[in-house]
Design a protein around this ligand. Sequence first.
Ligand SMILES: [Zn+2]
Length: 199
Amino acid sequence: MSAAFFASHDGRGSVSARGQNNRMILLTASAFRLCLPANRPAKDARSALLLLVALSSCGGIDQEPLPCHGYGCEYDVQGPAGMRLRYAPAVEPGDPRANVAFLEQLYQMVEDCAGIQAPPPFVVIEKDGTLVSPLDGLPRKGLYYSDPDLVLIDDSTWTFWSLKHETVHYLLHHALGNSDPDHTSPLFGTCVELPFALP
Ligand SMILES: [Zn+2]
């Protein structure tokens, strides 16, 4: 089992570390999520897959977590630059946040600003309020996991800001092997505009 760097933000610049307990919390949360759809009819292939996983997971036989840090690796669309994006069921296909080409533009803005090039990461949009740091159990607007790379952002008004912020974590990890969970890099300030004025 490879240890993964983990970084997150809550919009106030706080954050992160890494630890063994984190994985346990994440797995517990994932298992709970998986058990929910067991009594519902499957509406599509992904639901059917979740149902199958849920049945096997909740039967007490197979406790294997989903890959990609418990979120599963399926994506809805891939952009011209290679970004894989899963936006359903959080947002509709016509939503700007489901526009992978636009998200790639935001990603490339940060790339250019940071002077670091890397293949775009796997991005998953979740419902506002569902992202919880496995480090402290507190809500987050975005999360970054490495190995394999995964950027989680919510569908709130923070979506685009969060994508750029987590992109900085991702690019730093790609270039330095350290995602800088404590936000010591000036790139967090210079490459991600603040969503509000500082007091
Ligand atoms: Zn952060």
